[in-house]
Design a protein around this ligand. Structure first.
Ligand SMILES: [Cu+2]
Length: 226
């Protein structure tokens, strides 16, 4: 009985909350001009890429001792990488199947996770285990317009927003943190957020990157991609 009492006193439920909201990223003429300048190679058979998804994460949360891997897939399909933005935990394996009737040559010169998958045909797949945190700028040597971004985190407090901008980061311990929002072609945003027991709701409106050199399109946050 006494032992039960001691255990009950020692055990306190892990309070956790959800940080959610919506990322708005207005598309404008300047945005489209920048996109056209960077990705002006139109290839027969190319399909529209996925919406360029926003990645949202929290900085300053004490990470749990063990971070679970999050196996994921980026397909080469319709002469694009799909999805174009991915977020995984360190140690995650990502498969890169080729669904196109031609060869792609997938690589990244990102400092943290260098990738050289080489060429392989339709129906084949290669995989990479991302063991360092950072931002991976994924490219195809054959098709210059093909690009994807893989955010590798050493904690689980992140989310990829849906196409409508909605995001949700669950299981966050209450506290004061920095919320970071990244999206291709937009200035990254960092803002303070206080997460209470009932959670936090944070909507963010991004501003377009204007008149920047091409290598700044990734934004400055979380970036070792160059
Ligand atoms: Cu390619």
């Amino acid at each position: 009985m006494r032992l039960c009492l001691i255990l009950a006193l020692l055990w306190t439920p892990q309070a956790s909350a959800t940080v959610s909201g919506k990322i708005s990223a207005p598309e404008g003429a300047a945005q489209n001009r920048l996109r056209a300048k960077l990705y002006n190679q139109v290839v027969a058979g190319q399909k529209d890429p996925d919406p360029r998804l926003a990645v949202v994460w929290l900085e300053g949360v004490a990470a749990p001792a063990k971070v679970e891997p999050k196996p994921s897939v980026i397909r080469q399909e319709g002469l694009e990488f799909r999805p174009r933005a991915l977020a995984v935990t360190m140690g995650s394996k990502v498969d890169f199947p080729n669904d196109d009737d031609l060869f792609h040559n997938v690589f990244s010169f990102s400092k943290s996770n260098r990738i050289e998958l080489g060429s392989y045909p339709r129906g084949e797949s290669k995989s990479v285990v991302f063991d360092k945190k950072g931002l991976v700028d994924l490219r195809c040597e054959v098709h210059r317009h093909m690009r994807a971004f893989i955010h590798v985190f050493d904690h689980p407090y992140f989310a990829v927003a849906a196409a409508d901008g909605a995001y949700s980061i669950p299981n966050v311990p209450p506290g004061k943190y920095t919320l970071v929002v990244w999206k291709e072609f937009f200035d990254p945003v960092r803002q303070d957020v206080e997460v209470k027991a009932e959670g936090a709701k944070v909507d963010v409106t991004l501003s377009a990157l204007l008149d920047r050199p091409a290598d700044r399109t990734v934004g400055a946050a979380c970036c070792d991609a160059r």
